[in-house]
Design a protein around this ligand. Structure first.
Ligand SMILES: Nc1ncnc2c1ncn2[C@@H]1O[C@H](COP(=O)(O)OP(=O)(O)O)[C@@H](O)[C@H]1O
Ligand SMILES: [Mg+2]
Length: 252
């Protein structure tokens, strides 16, 4: 289908130990530009550890990573962000007392001057730019000036995403179980959002144990089992049973 596309990210033979635990043993896969790739596997399969190595949160113990065919060796999350790899964490890292616009612009607030002297936050600009950013990925928030703690889970995710999109440099967003804490309707919205991000040219690496979600948004599925790569499949070419058999192993 697309053998000539140059991968955005390649991970080759990744390894990570925690003391005597070999959490990730030999994992290789790639992600193409704007591709939505799902990572699946049982609890403890190594999914989050792989994500954290890519995101610069953990140092790998072996293997290599390439970003646009260039060696990529992050030592901290800022190294990942600098080249366009962002992570949406499960706790979302939002400031609950701030509104959505305040969260999106946290530490990057535009200022204006009253009477040409007193610097104050330019809240109007923060709100209108926040709405612009989220509209690009087809999100409307009901309010940009209510504390985010009053928003629903899906709306909070939208605010966290707005923060990632503000700098306009994200090329890959890693999402670890983004639908896990949400109600059914909100899950659907987050899946739509993931598809919109792909259409906007941003690659997504989504970790999920929900195969229905995985099948509805991903182009390829990477299966991990016991820290090893159990398979990489094109979503359109397999059924759920096949993926389940890769997850649990043992079968033919
Ligand atoms: N910080 C850590 N310290 C020690 N062991 C860890 C740590 N993180 C993960 N592990 C272990 O590594 C293995 C893989 O964990 P993880 O990557 O979280 O799996 P998954 O996300 O697929 O559930 C598990 O055995 C887990 O207990
Ligand atoms: Mg995990």
């Amino acid at each position: 289908m697309s053998q000539t596309v140059q991968p955005l990210l390649q991970v080759n033979h990744l390894r990570k130990n925690f003391g005597a635990i070999e959490a990730v043993k030999d994992v290789s896969f790639d992600i193409e530009p704007a591709e939505i790739v799902a990572i699946v596997g049982d609890n403890g399969a190594g999914k989050s550890t792989v994500a954290k190595m890519i995101a610069g949160a953990y140092r790998r113990d072996g293997g290599e990573m390439l970003w646009n065919s260039t060696p990529y060796d992050p030592t901290q999350p800022d190294d990942a962000r600098a080249i366009g790899i962002e992570t949406m964490y499960q706790d979302l890292a939002l400031v609950n007392d701030l509104d959505a616009a305040g969260n999106i612009f946290l530490n990057r607030e535009p200022m204006r001057r009253i009477f040409g002297v007193l610097p104050v936050l330019d809240r109007g600009q923060m709100r209108s730019r926040s709405a612009d950013i989220l509209r690009r990925v087809k999100i409307e928030l009901p309010s940009y000036d209510r504390p985010v703690r009053q928003l629903s889970g899906g709306q909070r995710q939208a605010a966290a995403l707005g923060r990632i999109l503000l700098s306009d440099r994200a090329r890959l967003i890693i999402m670890d179980e983004p639908t896990a804490a949400l109600g059914v309707q909100e899950q659907r919205k987050v899946l739509d959002l993931i598809s919109s991000l792909g259409e906007a040219g941003i690659a997504i690496m989504i970790i999920s144990h929900n195969l229905e979600h995985v099948f509805s948004v991903s182009r390829r599925i990477v299966v991990l089992r016991g820290g090893r790569l159990a398979g990489v499949v094109k979503t359109a070419e397999v059924d759920r049973q096949h993926v389940v058999s890769l997850i649990v192993g043992g079968g033919a």
